[in-house]
Design a protein around this ligand. Sequence first.
Ligand code: CU1
Ligand code: ZN
Length: 169
Amino acid sequence: MRKLLVLSATLLLAACSQPQAQVSEIHAQVEQEDRCHLCGMVLVRYPGPKGVANLANEQQLKFCSTRDLFEFVLQPDKGRQVVQALVHDMAVNDWHIPADEFVLAQEAWYVYGSDRPAAMGPALASFSTEESAQAFADAFGGRLFRFEEITLELLNSHKNGHQGGHKGH
Ligand code: CU1
Ligand code: ZN
């Protein structure tokens, strides 16, 4: 039993380890002057969770929204340079002025389709736990997603405020 546990922990580590740099700390800060790497907007002027990407070359990119972080990470040539992606944990941050509490993007729970405001389109709200994500969805609407389930198609299908699906005329 003990052996099995050790083995699975090793496998997990192997799966997560990055060949280039090692970024172990989950730490990032949003500064007053930070602009989105993708669209140039000043982060602190907009509500909702932000994203941070630490690159293999030790550059740190910030994004006005989790949406723009995903737009970056999901491009294969860009995503390959990312050694750590962080998103705000909205269970402990103020929605309108999210501060310094982040969670690993791959481990976060997401709610998409709520009525909360964010930059660049409908909010992709991020949380450290399933419970806090579910509580948010119960209060503001939307569905829960894991990191692997978020695609550019999903984000773009909702961009104009439509809640997906074909209405048909
Ligand atoms: Cu923007
Ligand atoms: Zn942006």
